[in-house]
Ligand binder design. Structure first.
Ligand code: SF4
Length: 100
């Protein structure tokens, strides 16, 4: 498979897009570098690709489950995913406290 037909996420996971949700990724054929910008570079263009992606939720959950530390996944940056992970952990803790 040529680089041009791979998804940005497939480039990072090393999986074959045909075997998963990545087949439907809106970033199919988009320059993967856009999703792994240098520190301080704009993420706006990558996020606009993600915004119209039908597998955005799958992509985001994959990144969260696999603790992806770099890049734009499911339309969120590393910092945004950390924030979401913390919020979810706090919600789980609050739920556990209510149940106890
Ligand atoms: S959400 Fe973004 S990075 Fe993830 S598959 Fe879709 S376009 Fe690619």
């Amino acid at each position: 498979m040529s680089e041009a037909t791979e998804t940005a996420v497939a480039m990072d996971t090393g999986t074959e897009p045909e075997e998963s949700w990545q087949l439907y990724a809106n970033c199919l054929g988009v320059d993967p570098d856009l999703f792994f910008p240098e520190r301080g570079a704009s993420t706006k263009e990558a996020k606009s690709v993600c915004k119209a992606c039908v597998v955005r939720e799958d992509c985001l959950e994959y990144a969260l489950e696999n603790s992806e530390k770099f890049g734009i996944w499911g339309g969120l940056s590393e910092r945004e995913r950390r924030k979401l992970r913390r919020a979810r952990a706090m919600a789980r803790a609050a739920q556990a406290n209510r149940s106890a």
